[in-house]
Design a protein around this ligand. Structure first.
Ligand code: ADP
Ligand code: ZN
Ligand code: ZN
Length: 833
């Protein structure tokens, strides 16, 4: 459903169209009370009644009169209750890009707008409880008849305190949630529910500061008034600081007490005031020295091309394909500087928080106060301050993860997207959006230049470069003639044959770890797996089993001993022996990072081992600390999942081992081969970044797999040519558009029934056969958080037709009275898991 574009108007708006951050694609019309009419702006937040409750929403249109043809009845239109901003937090540009995201990804607009703003800025509506007149009367009777009853105690408390915040009140009366008798009192009219809004949870942090009043005047004053030694000291320290200081700083610097400040203020020597302080995420970070390199020829050419596009002030997308260690970061930095020199803003997106501690220090060292940093582990206060600095124009560059694509950068000149192929640019919950694709559209709308950087571009992006849609920039070599690390495969079938039982580590890898440590160098051990269930793989010959229709791996379901395709629902019995070599050792369940760490600790008790995975990631400080410790050489070996492969630059790492690359290849995802290729190429880039040569060891049961062969040979082009053929033959992106429709329900039967209805509606809407509709099939995670998950996959050569088929199907289902809250639509899914 496309949203109406805003038309500007000169007449006073009497109505506002409001979008709410709830699971509804609709916007709602409200009347603006006269006090708000003149000050309401597009992108401002308001509080208005939606259903039974007041909610915070965003103004998306201002209307001088009701739209013609509307079915709204004047007397039924509610009024906006409160306007929360005079200066709208959503700038016109950001409002526009959220509208595009909502429209393109079929997401509720209000949800997108909320995602675009720092968490701290969204107002919360809190419920309070108050005693009514009837309640006061009842209390008088109760005080005499039953003074110790809970009702009496509660009413007494309310009568003395007035209004009480509901959850605080429940705590006070010793209840975890609203007790039944309290609800009953409300029904009887003894109490009432009051809604209060707390506009911004997060505000600027303020501190007391003082200023020396006009120096000459104070000379004369100090002549005729006695000045103590400590007062004199305070005045001198203040003078040395341009006459202004935070009170707390002054107390420390001049070794004086509060009373000295108070006396000086009373005498009019100083005046006190409040000032905003910035909560700076990097205030205590050690910053690296800024190095000035002479760019290599390839770097220079790439930078020139970007600068040329920048100077044209028109939209362009460039693909910077540079092998790991080719100096892409230096090019990004200078491209952003070039934008600043043209008085324009810059944005750099990185995939994972894991990438930011070292990179953010480097950029901070270069850009100083001009840069704002956004990522998920900032505190609410830090995030609010960084956002405010951008919004106000104090900062002109933003570095951040996915949601930074909505940052209010002014006059955007360049957007850098590092590791553009990375799947974490995709938000895996509503609103589903891809930050890379959103950034490209935003650049187009704001006439900015986009640089997509990668050592292993996504098939889609390289394809676009091939077609001339993107300008192709290539950095084929590492800087300073550093050699590329060699990746070697270790054939686990041989290891199995030798030991006659499955082994986690090959002798070669263990030996390499020991040798690396003896030389005083560091190792990384990676696991390529995301807690995924078992799959079929023959430990004797390496054979795995694919779906005959879909060219993706089949997943093994132990309970019924069957193999399932999660795309088309193809079922077959699991063989008891390998169809190729008759071996009985055919199932495979990989180890987790914890077990790997255990095994290594036992084997190498003297090694200092650190671990990083999804669990440690949840603990923000631990995660950052482990990475920084590893960087400082205080950890010898780091164990982790594939996220460790990305972007880090540890010069002393000379060994990277991948324990089980096969687990990743066997994921039921058509991008599994591409991901494995990217992983190994990136991993190879991790080893030998400094002046030391590196070694990369990949353990695998199928060393003949094309993704592994090309990755070990560092042959991107070879891989691309082979992979793009598969995509064309089997009908996957970039040759078709995809949509994934997921149905979730606590009740398995309800989930399947809804999915079947959905299929029928889609088939009905697909009369022109513009789409192929696969499924319903169980989702790869068929049960998650207590919900059963069934999915449908839609393929089409025309994205537009695909969208209209989906929209029509959903519309018809809704009209027929179906509840669609259990259905999520993902356009252009990145991970099929
Ligand atoms: P990439 O992002 O392409 O993997 P980096 O930008 O991290 O590569 O660069 C790899 C290393 O080379 C870094 O340590 C960086 O400081 C250094 N470097 C970059 N450009 C130059 C240059 N022109 N001369 C010397 N060293 C450079
Ligand atoms: Zn076999
Ligand atoms: Zn299939």
């Amino acid at each position: 459903m496309p949203f109406p574009a805003q038309k500007s108007t000169d007449s006073t708006p009497l109505y506002a169209q409001v979008a709410f951050p709830v699971h509804l694609s609709k916007t709602f019309t409200y009347r603006l009370p006269p006090s708000i009419q003149q000050v309401a702006r597009l992108g401002s937040r308001v509080v208005a009644q939606l259903g039974a409750k007041p909610l915070t929403g965003y103004i998306v249109a201002l209307l001088p009169h009701l739209r013609t043809g509307t079915s709204l009845i004047e007397s039924e239109i509610k009024e906006v209750q409160e306007l929360l901003d005079v200066d709208p937090p959503l700038t016109a540009e950001v409002l526009e890009i959220t509208r595009w995201v909502a429209d393109y990804y079929a997401a509720p607009w209000g949800e997108v707008m909320r995602a675009a703003l720092p968490a701290g800025i969204n107002a919360t509506v809190e419920q309070a409880i108050a005693i009514t007149a009837k309640g006061r009367e009842a209390l008088m009777d109760l005080e005499t008849s039953s003074p110790d009853q809970v009702r009496t105690v509660a009413l007494r408390l309310l009568a003395s305190e007035g209004e009480f915040e509901l959850s605080a009140f429940c705590l006070r009366i010793g209840a975890a949630k609203t007790p039944q008798w309290l609800r009953q009192m409300e029904t009887e009219g003894l109490t009432e529910r009051v809604y209060r809004t707390r506009p911004t949870v997060t505000r600027a942090k303020r501190r007391r500061a003082i200023r020396l009043v006009d120096s000459e005047a104070d000379e004369s004053k100090s002549n005729n008034q006695h000045v103590t030694e400590s007062q004199q000291r305070a005045i001198e320290v203040l003078r040395a600081q341009q006459n202004t200081m935070a009170v707390s700083d002054l107390l420390k610097a001049a070794h004086i007490s509060e009373s000295v400040v108070r006396t000086l203020a009373k005498r009019g020597v100083v005046t006190e005031f409040e000032e905003d302080v910035r909560r700076d995420p990097l205030s205590r970070a050690e910053l690296p020295d800024t190095e000035i390199f002479k760019l290599t020829k390839a770097q220079t050419d790439a930078l020139r091309a970007i600068e040329k596009r920048l100077s044209e002030k028109a939209f362009a997308t460039l693909l910077l394909h540079g092998v790991t260690g080719s100096g892409k970061t230096e090019v990004y930095l200078r491209a952003m500087q070039a934008a600043l020199d043209l008085d324009r803003g810059a944005m750099m997106l990185v995939p994972e928080i894991a990438l930011t501690p070292i990179l953010s220090r480097r950029l901070r060292a270069h850009f100083g106060g001009q840069i704002a940093i956004f990522h998920s582990s900032l505190s609410k206060g830090e995030r609010f301050d960084e956002w405010t600095r951008l919004r106000g124009g104090a900062a002109r560059v933003v570095l951040g993860t996915r949601s930074a694509v909505f940052a209010p950068v002014r006059n955007l000149g360049v957007i850098i997207i590092d590791e553009e192929q990375d799947s974490s640019y995709r938000q895996e919950e509503s609103p589903f959006y891809n930050a890379r694709d959103t950034a490209i559209v935003r650049a187009q709308k704001e006439s900015a230049v986009v640089v997509l950087g990668s050592a292993t571009p996504s098939l889609e992006s390289f394809h676009n470069a091939q077609r001339g849609k993107y300008e192709y920039l290539h950095l084929p070599e590492r800087v300073a003639n550093r050699p590329m690390a060699r990746a070697e495969m270790i054939d686990m079938r041989e290891v199995f044959a030798r030991h006659k039982k499955p082994a986690v580590f090959s002798d070669d890898l263990l030996k390499a770890i020991a040798e690396t440590h003896d030389r005083g160098e560091q190792s990384i051990i990676l696991l390529n797996r995301r807690g995924y269930s078992s799959f079929i793989l023959c430990r004797s010959c390496g054979e795995s089993i694919n779906c005959p229709n879909c060219d993706v791996s089949l997943t093994y379901h132990q309970t019924d001993r069957i193999l399932i395709c999660h795309y088309c629902n193809h079922h077959q019995r699991a063989p008891r022996q390998c169809p190729a070599c008759a071996s009985k050792y055919i199932y495979y369940v990989g180890e987790g990072t914890e077990q790997i760490e255990e095994l290594l600790r036992k084997r190498f008790p003297t090694l200092r081992i650190g671990r990083i995975d999804r669990d440690t990631k949840a603990r923000r400080h631990q995660f950052e600390k482990t990475l920084l410790d590893f960087d400082k050489g205080e950890i010898d070996l780091l164990v982790g999942t594939q996220m460790l492969a990305k972007g880090h630059d540890f010069p002393n790492v000379t060994l990277v081992g991948v324990v089980s690359v096969d687990a990743g290849l066997a994921l039921p995802d058509f991008r599994a081969a591409e991901r494995a290729f990217q992983l190994i190429t990136q991993v190879a880039g991790r080893a030998g970044r400094g002046d030391l040569p590196g070694r990369v060891l990949i353990q695998t049961y199928h060393p003949h797999h094309y993704a592994l062969r090309h990755a070990c040979a560092q042959d991107y082009r070879g891989f691309y040519d082979e992979e793009i053929r598969h995509r064309r033959n089997h009908g996957y992106p970039p040759f078709v558009a995809l949509a994934l429709l997921l149905v979730r329900h606590k009740d398995a039967a309800r989930a399947s029934a809804t999915a079947q209805e959905l299929r029928l509606a889609l088939v009905e809407a697909n009369k022109d056969h513009a789409c192929r509709i696969l499924g319903p099939a169980p989702a790869p995670f068929a049960r998650l958080r207590g919900e059963h998950r069934v999915q449908l996959l839609i393929k089409s050569r025309s994205r537009k037709q695909m969208r209209s088929v989906i929209d029509a199907a959903l519309h018809n289902l809704q009209k027929a009275g179906n509840d669609l809250r259990s259905v999520t639509v993902e356009i252009d899914p990145v991970s099929m898991m």
